[in-house]
Design a binder for this molecule. Structure first.
Ligand code: BTN
Length: 239
């Protein structure tokens, strides 16, 4: 598989999307720095030179578009298991944040391109703070890095393990289509099952409790009035 490495780039996701059509599945874009790193919901993703792992993977799975969220979960699972094997206790805040001590260490941005009603390609972007010590004021309380949490790990060791896990889970998923297996693993590593959380919708947040990640990989929450909801995608925070 091809790994394209850059010293600097706007965004590895943008580059991946640009070359996706003529690239082989599994092509990886890596950069030491991103000048226009993007997070979910139009947010900026700070990607200082040498501070983290900023990468994108080009995928071409033959799955229906509505199964695409599972790709994000496969990425999250790969990160969490890689970190845990390296002795860093981490968990998944459904659907796509990785936490250490309830602070965000890694985010995932999955973008897909659909043609008619089939997936042409999916780009999975993974951003992990490894050596970052200073975060901008607005995210200082929520964000952390491997180093800030007291671990000194080599970026290459983390990266190679993430890619190894991702290949294992992704290959298994496209050959067996076993979403439930991934969902169950995500549940094992979940930061929010059995916890008090907020479900965030637009500028409203509602008190809830994380109940389950079901066989489709969706999050079941229960509100204070006893009603429950199955979330296919969305945003939650820990109370
Ligand atoms: C989030 O939590 O909001 C998602 C963050 C995703 C960041 C990664 S870094 C590599 C890739 N390129 C980008 O521009 N974004 C993703």
């Amino acid at each position: 598989k091809k790994i394209l490495c850059f010293e600097t780039i706007g965004s590895t996701n943008d580059h991946a999307k640009k070359i996706a059509k003529e690239s082989e599945e599994g092509t990886i874009i890596l950069s030491e720095e991103q000048t226009k790193g993007r997070g979910r919901m139009g947010k900026v993703w700070h990607s200082i030179k040498g501070d983290g792992i900023w990468l994108s993977i080009i995928l071409k799975p033959d799955i229906p578009p509505y199964h695409a969220p599972i790709i994000t979960q496969i990425a999250g699972l790969s990160v969490v298991i890689a970190l845990n094997e390296l002795g860093v206790k981490s968990s998944i805040k459904w659907p796509n944040d990785i936490l250490i001590n309830n602070k965000k260490i890694c985010g995932i941005l999955t973008e897909m391109s659909i043609e008619i009603d089939r997936i042409d390609h999916i780009v999975v972007g993974i951003g992990m703070n490894v050596k970052t010590l200073d975060f901008p004021n607005d995210i200082e309380n929520m964000a952390t890095s491997i180093l800030k949490e007291g671990y000194s790990l080599n970026r290459l060791d983390i990266l190679s393990r993430i890619l190894e896990k991702f290949e294992e889970f992704y290959t298994d998923y496209v050959s067996n289509n076993d979403i439930e297996k991934i969902a169950n693993m995500c549940k094992t590593y979940s930061a929010i099952i059995g916890k008090d959380i907020y479900v965030i919708k637009g500028d409203k947040r509602r008190k809830a409790r994380g109940i389950d990640i079901n066989k489709n990989g969706n999050l079941i929450v229960e509100y204070e009035d006893g009603s429950s909801e199955e979330l296919v995608s969305g945003e939650v925070s820990i109370r």
